[in-house]
Write a protein that binds this ligand. Structure first.
Ligand SMILES: Cc1cc2nc3c(=O)[nH]c(=O)nc-3n(C[C@H](O)[C@H](O)[C@H](O)COP(=O)(O)OP(=O)(O)OC[C@H]3O[C@@H](n4cnc5c(N)ncnc54)[C@H](O)[C@@H]3O)c2cc1C
Length: 433
């Protein structure tokens, strides 16, 4: 059994080795510095370089160290279940809501086309993503929402309860939506592939180099690490939840939420044929989502949040192992052979932000649990914006000032406090509604 936060991940065990990028040990200049090599930073840097900008990308550890290398690998061309077109329009206004829904609707193809174009070896499967209701009411709400999703360009179809059962093998799920352009990847392999492609496109990538300060200088910015610095006209922060104290206004604008994952033993062939037979990942409409996929090597991967008690990783193993045994008919005794954890940058409305901290210093953050497709697509647009290929007036997200979430210094405990309420409501709805 392997445990731990990064080395314990299944993805680490089965991804092709990544290039080890050397630290920054000089004073250099660039057009743009991108801080943080998750999907957002990698996609931003890659597309800015492809658009002709001289780009430096700096990462505390190695590409994919953060949420990007630790997630479940679902490519989800859709926003969170509670965010239908009406909610997005209320939050962003019609113009930006329309743009965001269009960006999201194309985001599955954006990821898989990029993987094909760059020839990234990451077990990519574009075979749909399933979103069933967890209750009759949730099923009805999804069915009402489908026409608006189709109108926004999302390629999806409706599966009634019987059809959903055939796709999942999970009798407790109701009918729901299949988003045809979704699928799955090995997320760490995808991040490592993007890093190599970014370097090949001319990005100077530095690993093991935490950025310790970002200061204004002349017409630009000085970005310092322990052993070097870069002076550039533009800086884009893509640090997600691992920002630490570097820019307090940025940290104050997000809610960090710790999420745990397990991967089981390799399952017998009969289980593989019965459960998610088309290998399309499933995530239902619970507030604390039930999510399940097959790994490329025949393990079940699932997870979620756990109470903030000592030994959380062991608690997570037990919780999600037992949940699988309870919910999935006919499984052998489940072992968690890999378990790991990562941190999501959440926002109160579950929508991402493009923030201007100061002229020339921007941040893209808050992709919540929808990060693979959304970060890749937003990164592409921001990269093209930096390269002058997308105008200020064409951006999907409004450029906003950072706004602190309430009680921001302790916002990390919010998800833990709300978890029991979510779980109680989910269980009640699944049983009685
Ligand atoms: C357990 C888990 C499961 C998830 N499952 C899914 C899923 O199935 N599908 C999906 O779409 N999304 C999922 N998500 C969400 C998704 O992973 C994230 O939204 C996405 O990876 C965010 O990408 P990012 O580039 O913004 O951030 P990250 O990948 O977190 O990257 C930020 C990077 O910035 C670096 N950094 C921070 N500070 C500094 C500094 N001072 N100097 C230099 N570098 C710095 C960090 O080291 C890190 O590598 C999941 C998240 C988790 C944690």
């Amino acid at each position: 059994m392997q445990t731990g936060s990064q080395v314990g991940s299944l993805w680490e065990a089965i991804a092709p080795a990544g290039k080890q990028f050397a630290p920054l040990r000089a004073s250099i200049k660039a057009d743009v510095v991108v801080v943080g090599a998750g999907f957002l930073g990698l996609s931003t840097a890659l597309h800015a370089a492809e658009g002709g900008r001289d780009v430096v990308l700096i990462e505390t550890h190695q590409p994919g160290f953060g949420a990007s290398g630790r997630n479940t690998g679902f490519v989800v061309p859709s926003l969170k279940a509670s965010l239908g077109p009406a909610e997005v329009t209320r939050a962003l206004g019609e113009k930006h809501a329309d743009r965001l829904l269009r960006l999201v609707s194309g985001s599955g193809d954006t990821v898989f086309n990029l993987i094909r174009r760059l020839n990234i070896d990451c077990s990519a499967l574009q075979n749909g993503w399933l979103q069933p209701g967890h209750s009759r009411e949730a099923e009805d709400a999804l069915q009402k929402r489908l026409p608006r999703l189709l109108a926004a360009g999302i390629k999806a179809d409706w599966l009634d309860r019987k059809a959903m059962l055939a796709q999942t093998g999970l009798p407790f799920l109701h009918g729901g939506i299949r988003v045809l352009t979704g699928g799955s990847v090995n997320p760490l392999a995808y991040a490592r592939g993007l890093a190599r492609a970014a370097e090949a496109a001319g990005v100077r990538v530095f690993g093991d180099s935490p950025v310790i300060s970002v200061e204004k200088t002349g017409n630009g910015w000085r970005v310092r690490t322990a052993h070097g610095e870069v002076v550039a006209e533009r800086v884009v922060m893509t640090t997600n939840a691992l920002i630490g104290n570097l820019l307090p206004a940025l940290r104050a604008s997000i809610i960090p939420a710790r999420v745990f994952q397990i991967a089981t033993q390799v399952m017998p062939e009969d289980v593989r044929q019965r459960l998610l037979p088309a290998m399309a990942p499933v995530a239902d409409t619970r507030r604390h989502t039930f999510a399940l996929r097959w790994s490329p090597d025949g393990r079940l991967v699932t997870g979620g949040m756990v109470a903030p008690l000592p030994g959380r990783l062991a608690l997570a193993e037990k919780k999600f192992r037992k949940r699988l045994e309870r919910l999935v008919p006919g499984l052998p005794e489940v072992r968690a052979e890999y378990s790991w954890t990562g941190v999501i940058a959440g926002t109160l409305d579950f929508l991402p932000r493009l923030m201007r901290l100061e002229p020339g210093l921007d941040a893209v953050i808050g992709c919540n649990g929808r990060g693979i497709a959304l970060t890749t697509s937003l990164g592409r647009e921001v990269g093209m914006w930096l390269a002058g290929q997308v105008g200020d007036d064409q951006l999907t997200l409004p450029v906003t000032a950072p706004r602190p979430v309430p009680f921001s210094s302790i916002s990390g405990i919010m998800p833990d406090m709300i978890l029991p309420v979510w779980e109680a409501r989910d269980a009640y709805e699944a049983r009685f509604r």
